[in-house]
Write a protein that binds this ligand. Structure first.
Ligand SMILES: N[C@@H](CCC(=O)N[C@@H](CS)C(=O)NCC(=O)O)C(=O)O
Length: 209
């Protein structure tokens, strides 16, 4: 069985991606949690199981996979429904997930994932506005092309998992998004896997940054 190492559910957006994917697709795994050190790096603690000193990290027998995108691709080799069946949808989903993996910097930096936080952003920078507009364009395109209700079609796939932390961020910072994105946010937040994550995040001790 897969072993998935994650950090604090309240903060670790990268951990959420493979975790929610495995949960929603009902793929069995054993969860291991290593909590962030407060006020400093967790590198020493995390290198015990992860070569980069970062989470998430998947262990499958002797095989170690240490990056959220690589983890989803590894799981997809055993479980092809991680990505959409349709080739066009799969190409789109992979592109959008990769874009999330390497982009959306303003969104990540200005609105770090803190599931239990609620605050209104005093100001939305131009860079953040551009990221929000890009989300809206992606949503329009995915839902128009593949028919929804998930980003690349009828099933929740890895592209939805990659954007799942955005649902918590939009909720926490009350970001102004159009109805299409808001609807996806609501359906994502009501998934039992997301509620389980949120509940566990609420029970964790808060870390002072
Ligand atoms: N590209 C990596 C990024 C992983 C990453 O940045 N993880 C953060 C936590 S969400 C981490 O482990 N940070 C270590 C620390 O804060 O000491 C991935 O996709 O898995």
């Amino acid at each position: 069985m897969y072993s998935l190492w994650i950090a604090n559910k309240n903060y670790s957006s990268w951990s959420l991606r493979p975790w929610v994917l495995l949960k929603v697709l009902n793929i069995p795994f054993k969860e291991h949690q290593a909590l962030f050190n407060s006020g400093g790096s967790s590198y020493e603690k995390f290198t015990v199981f992860s070569p980069t000193g970062q989470v998430p990290c998947l262990i499958d027998d002797q095989q170690i996979i240490w990056d959220s995108l690589a983890i989803c691709e590894y799981i997809a080799e055993d479980h092809p429904h991680v990505w959409p069946q349709n080739r066009q949808a799969r190409a789109w989903a992979r592109s959008a997930a990769a874009e999330m993996h390497s982009g959306f910097l303003a969104l990540r930096q200005n609105c770090p994932m803190e599931c239990t936080t609620r605050l209104v952003m005093p100001e939305i920078s131009n860079e953040l506005k551009k990221n929000i507009m890009r989300l809206e364009t992606l949503w329009q395109e995915g839902l128009d092309k593949f028919g929804g209700p998930w980003l690349a079609g009828r099933q929740f796939t890895a592209v939805d998992a990659f954007f799942a932390p955005i649902a918590f961020r939009i909720q926490s910072y009350q970001l102004p998004v159009n109805d299409l994105v808001q609807q996806w946010v609501e359906q994502t937040l009501t998934l039992s896997a997301m509620q389980e994550w949120y509940q566990a995040a609420s029970n964790e001790e808060l870390i002072e940054h």
